[in-house]
Design a protein around this ligand. Structure first.
Ligand code: PRP
Length: 176
């Protein structure tokens, strides 16, 4: 169940997304980006982010997962890989949450092998105290404590992704 007040409200999220998009637009002035959200979780964040980025960009998508309900399996499954040519492009990976860092590290390593011109990472939520693999994050929305968060693309068992805000989720005893 969803507990208490939103962790971050619609307005707080939208304000922060605009700030990050402005920073990205400044950093890539005069360049073109290849923006790659990591699905499913990043779909909502990425769609708001790209609407606020002011440099030309193209998009591709990666779909990967490592979670089973509330637990990380520690193993990444790649469901769908990039189709664009990554070599010599300015790649911006977009992730909804960085927890252990296993997913992002796996995807980053794979993309680096394709020799992009640059590879930057943008994560909406950084659950730093849970980190097991050190992944460099270039743009961070919010640093959060070790709580299970749903909404704004993030799920529990593929539910709650449609909430426009971020909320803390606690499993009820009858919730499977
Ligand atoms: C979540 C999230 C990140 C990853 C973060 O994905 O979207 O990709 O886990 O965890 P990590 O840092 O411990 O690897 P999930 O496996 O739930 O798939 P989803 O994006 O389809 O919900």
């Amino acid at each position: 169940m969803i507990t208490g007040k939103p962790l971050y409200t619609v307005n707080q999220i939208q304000d922060r997304v605009k700030e990050i998009a402005d920073a990205i637009s400044d950093d890539f002035k005069g360049e073109e980006l290849l923006v790659i959200p990591i699905l499913k979780g990043a779909f909502m964040f990425a769609s708001d982010l790209v609407r606020n980025i002011k440099v030309p960009l193209k998009m591709d998508f990666i779909m990967a997962s490592s979670y089973l309900k509330t637990d990380s399996t520690g193993e990444v499954t790649l469901h769908c890989d990039v189709r664009e040519n990554v070599m010599d492009r300015n790649v911006l990976l977009v992730e909804d949450i960085v927890d252990t860092g296993v997913t992002l590290n796996y995807i980053r390593e794979r993309l680096l092998q394709k020799r992009p011109r640059s590879l930057k990472i943008c994560g909406l939520l950084d659950k730093r105290e849970r980190r097991e693999v050190d992944v460099p994050l270039d743009y961070i929305g919010f640093e959060i404590p070790d709580v299970f968060v749903v909404g704004y693309g993030l799920d529990y068992d593929n539910k709650y992704r449609n909430l426009p805000y971020l909320a803390v989720f606690k499993k009820e005893s009858d919730e499977r």
